[in-house]
Design a protein around this ligand. Structure first.
Ligand code: ATP
Length: 343
């Protein structure tokens, strides 16, 4: 996509989107609700007209092509299965539409269904399937035409937590084995981070960052991305950079990476990188969440709330207890206060 603008009346859903997705990639569009992910997917599918810019599939400009001409398949959150057709008829439907003979359809349906392990369910109707089986049926229908591009809009959001985790790995395996390019919309960052080769982070109709999950986690480009990625999210504190030190709360701490300067910054430290220490930033314990294998300690630094994640060992922390916080200089993320850009 190049320079794609999409407006709904006076509302601009996408502000000049540039996006380059490589062949064979599993590419996730990640962002909060209303950030433009589905709009982007629908534009790739040809379901939405653009107001400006172009969409290319390989070296063909498909901006004004109809969905059927594009060789893409889309799986929706709702699965959009036809309730009166059997599973086999649902899967075979795209082939019937292009006039493939019934005998060939039967072979292709069996092949597709086998790939997602629903070969034994072909005579049932969607209403007689579990949520996970319906989802597989929708997938089988999407892959039956061997599309070049596979578009998935929150395909797992109707599944329970355990099934979601299993299914996303299967989806990933399926995509690999088919060698198809996949674009996957989700607002669940863990999902995006675990399945995708690369992730594009959307906010308010703009692309904030593109990178591998690791790059985005380790080097978020802006405060907004930093606060969105990670569970619990990164702590963000007002601080001041002076030379190669930051002052935050009552403490002055060194910074790493040769950063120097004199300016107001936002200091980001992930909960797992924050430590209880003998000296450092003065804070007060508010309450402790016990997650079994870890503790999330909720603290206050002045009027700011922060979270610290630690293993459950060590002395118990009481509500109201004063503590000191520290972090290794190379785990700190520094952002310019005014622009929000990473320093
Ligand atoms: P979600 O995660 O909630 O699905 P999203 O990131 O996929 O969100 P989009 O569906 O792409 O968001 O919507 C982007 C913005 O465009 C939203 O603010 C939405 O309200 C707006 N929008 C989408 N479709 C229309 C429409 N037909 N008319 C007016 N506004 C629309």
């Amino acid at each position: 996509m190049k320079g794609v603008v999409k407006k709904h009346g006076s509302f601009t859903a996408l502000h000049g989107m540039d996006l380059n997705i490589e062949p064979g990639e599993f590419f996730a569009l990640l962002g909060p609700s209303g950030s433009g992910k589905t709009t982007t997917l629908r534009i790739l599918a040809g379901l939405e007209e653009v107001n400006a810019g172009n969409v290319w599939l390989d070296d063909v400009d498909v901006t004004h092509q109809q969905p059927g001409e594009r060789d893409v398949a889309m799986v929706f959150q709702s699965y959009a299965l036809y309730p009166h057709m059997t599973v086999g008829q649902n899967i075979g439907f795209p082939l019937k539409m292009i006039g493939m003979p019934a005998s060939q359809i039967e072979v292709a349906v069996k092949e597709s269904a086998a790939k997602v392990d629903i070969g034994h369910l072909l005579d049932r109707r969607p209403g007689q399937l579990s949520g996970g089986q319906q989802q597989r049926c929708a997938l089988a229908r999407a892959i039956v035409r061997k599309p070049r591009l596979f578009l998935l809009d929150e395909p797992l959001s109707n599944l329970d937590a355990k099934l979601r985790v299993e299914t996303r790995l299967e989806l990933r395996r399926l995509q690999r084995s088919l060698g198809v390019t996949a674009v996957y919309v989700t607002h669940d960052q863990e999902e995006a981070m675990t399945v995708a080769d690369r992730v594009a982070v959307f906010m308010e109709g703009r692309l904030m960052q593109i990178g591998t999950p690791k790059e985005i986690f380790l080097r978020p480009a802006t405060v907004a991305v930093a606060g969105f990625i990670g569970t619990p999210p990164m702590n963000l504190l007002d601080a001041h950079l002076s030379g190669s030190q930051v002052s935050v709360g009552n403490a002055v701490l060194p910074v790493a990476g040769g950063v120097t300067g004199e300016r107001d910054i936002t200091l980001g430290v992930r909960p797992g990188d924050l430590r209880l220490a003998d000296h450092g930033i003065g804070a007060q314990v508010e309450y402790v969440e016990d997650l079994g294998d870890s503790l999330v300690v909720n603290l206050r630094i002045g009027d700011r709330r922060v979270k610290l994640k630690k293993d459950p060992s060590g002395p118990a922390l009481a509500e109201g207890q004063p503590v000191h916080l520290s972090f290794a200089p190379d785990t700190a993320h520094l952002f310019d206060r005014a622009s929000g850009e990473r320093i």
